[in-house]
Design a protein around this ligand. Structure first.
Ligand code: SAM
Length: 216
C-alpha cells in the first residue's frame, strides 16, 4: 500500500517546484487534493505519477503539472467565481475549489459527471456546482466569471465563453487543431481579448457547438 501523502509531497517537489511552479497557494492545493480518489481504482497506485491517466469515455485526467500550471496562470483569488469546461474526473475542479469561493464546472458526458460528483462529495467539496451539457456555450445564468478554464482543446477562439468573462478576468485554454496545442492565456479588457501563448500542451478535443463536431 502506497503512502499517498508522501507521494503527493514528492509530486509537488519533483514535478512542480523543480519545474518552476512556486506559487505557495497552488502548491498547497496540490499537496492537499487527494488525486487517488479521482482516478479509476485500477490506476490508484499511479495517481501521483507524472502523467495523464485514462478515465471513462476515452477521456483523461490531466497530468498534475498541467493542472498546477493552468491553475497558477489564473491567479485565483479567494473571492473568485470560476468556470471550468470539461469536469472529467473532478480533480481540477477540486484544486480550484481549494483556492476560490465557488467553482462551476460543465461536463458533456453524464457518466463522468456522476462519478466526479461522487468523488467531490466524498472529499467534501461543497463549493463545486456541476452540470451536464455543452460547455462551449458557457453557463449564462451564473456569468460573469472571474476566471475560466477550458480543459479540452478548442479548435478556435471560444467567443461565447469569452463573453461570460468579467472585465479584467482571466481565461486559460488549449487552442489548436493538432495533437499538441498552444496553451493560451487571455485577459479581458473591455471588449478586447489580450492573448498570450504560454506553452504547448496535449488535450482531448473540446466537442460542441463552438468546438469540434461530435463524431460519437
Ligand atoms: N479537468 C478534467 C479533470 O480534472 O479530470 C480533465 C478534463 S479531460 C482532459 C476533458 C474533458 O472535457 C472530458 O471529460 C470531455 O468529456 C470534456 N468535454 C469535451 N468537450 C466538452 C464540452 N463541449 N462541454 C463539456 N465538457 C466537454
Amino acid at each position: 500500500m502506497l503512502n499517498y501523502r508522501l507521494s503527493r509531497e514528492e509530486m509537488v517537489l519533483t514535478q512542480l517546484e523543480r519545474r518552476g511552479i512556486h506559487d505557495e497557494r497552488v502548491l498547497n492545493a496540490m499537496r492537499k487534493v487527494k488525486r487517488h480518489h479521482f482516478v479509476e481504482p485500477a490506476f490508484r497506485d499511479r495517481a501521483y505519477d507524472d502523467t495523464p491517466l485514462p478515465i471513462d469515455e476515452g477521456q483523461t485526467i490531466s497530468q498534475p503539472y498541467v493542472v498546477a500550471r493552468m491553475t497558477g496562470l489564473l491567479e485565483i483569488q479567494p473571492t473568485d467565481k470560476a468556470l471550468e469546461i470539461g469536469t472529467g474526473s473532478g480533480y481540477q475542479a477540486a484544486v480550484l475549489a481549494e483556492l476560490c469561493h465557488k467553482v462551476f464546472s460543465i461536463e458533456r458526458h453524464m457518466n463522468l459527471l456522476q462519478k466526479a460528483r461522487q468523488a467531490l462529495d466524498e472529499q467534501g467539496y461543497a463549493n463545486v456546482v456541476l452540470k451536464q451539457g455543452d460547455g462551449t456555450i458557457g453557463w449564462a445564468e451564473f456569468a460573469p466569471f472571474d476566471k475560466i478554464i477550458i480543459t479540452a482543446a478548442a479548435p478556435k477562439f471560444p467567443k461565447t465563453l469569452f463573453s461570460q468573462l468579467k472585465d479584467g478576468g482571466l481565461m486559460v485554454f488549449p487552442m489548436g487543431e493538432k495533437r499538441t496545442q498552444d496553451l493560451v492565456l487571455v485577459q479581458r479588457s473591455g471588449e478586447e481579448a489580450m492573448m498570450k501563448e504560454v506553452g504547448q500542451v496535449a488535450f482531448v478535443p473540446l466537442v460542441g457547438r463552438e468546438g469540434w463536431p461530435n463524431s460519437t
